[in-house]
Ligand binder design. Structure first.
Ligand code: DC
Length: 221
């Protein structure tokens, strides 16, 4: 990391609003935004399309060795094909935590993520960014919200996307399930590092949370 580079790590559970906030801040500060969850989602899409069970680690790893995941202009590409929409489908929400808990998968992803931050000013969001991927980040934020509020947001998002066979209750259960897997897995569980600023977005507008984060960043590096 160069002396004058700006590296921002953003972590938090599903539906906390971290991607929305990180994207806005990237725009305002004119830095690169990297959505690491999208990388785990892209691999999950490939696993599902290949008909592989997410628990069959060896087969997942074999597939990973023949997979290219890249970003261009804030779009994500799986083997050269843009998959922005496909990776947000509910089937991916349900399976992605099982893929993200495989340690060899995480090793590969973390290497790519470190590399992406080496040559750019970035804001990167995920679950282990401040703890594992970018431990020397200039700023670390941990974004939270109540589980009910996060489920409401995710449910709204799914309905807007046109998903029909889903209820709020089911979305809440899925989020609770993902929280449990993401927070209790052996490798890099979701944790708030002691040097991160916690931002609770439950009763705030997006703009209020953006302002809170920007005030901290502008307060000094
Ligand atoms: O942020 P998201 O909902 O797009 O993340 C999808 C899944 O990927 C989530 O269940 C946890 C996992 N993930 C992870 O383990 N580490 C990251 N850095 C980012 C996401």
């Amino acid at each position: 990391m160069g002396d004058d580079s700006l590296i921002i790590a953003v972590d938090g559970p599903a539906g906390s609003g971290k991607s929305t906030l990180a994207k806005k801040i990237a725009n305002i500060l004119e830095i690169e935004y990297i959505d690491t969850g999208a990388m785990y989602r892209a691999l999950t899409l490939k696993v599902i399309e290949a008909g592989i069970h997410p628990m069959h680690e060896e087969e997942v790893l074999k597939l990973l060795n023949n997979t290219t995941i890249s970003f261009k202009n804030n779009h994500i590409y799986l083997d050269g094909i843009m998959v922005d929409d496909k990776i947000r489908e509910n089937i991916i929400n349900k399976k992605v935590s099982d893929i993200a808990k495989i340690s060899k998968v995480r090793e590969e992803m973390v290497n790519i993520q470190k590399e992406l931050a080496r040559s750019n000013n970035v804001i990167m969001d995920g679950r282990d960014i401040g703890t594992v991927v970018l431990p020397d980040a200039n700023f670390k934020f941990f974004i939270t919200a109540s589980v009910e509020e996060r489920a409401r947001r995710r449910y709204r998002e799914l309905i807007e996307r046109g998903e029909r066979n889903i209820t709020y209750q089911e979305t809440l259960q899925d989020i609770e399930n993902r929280d449990r897997i993401d927070s209790t897995r052996k490798v890099s569980p979701l944790l708030k590092s002691s040097d991160s600023y916690e931002i609770d977005t439950t009763d705030k507008t997006i703009d209020q949370s953006v302002e809170e984060i920007l005030n901290i960043i502008r307060g000094g590096k």
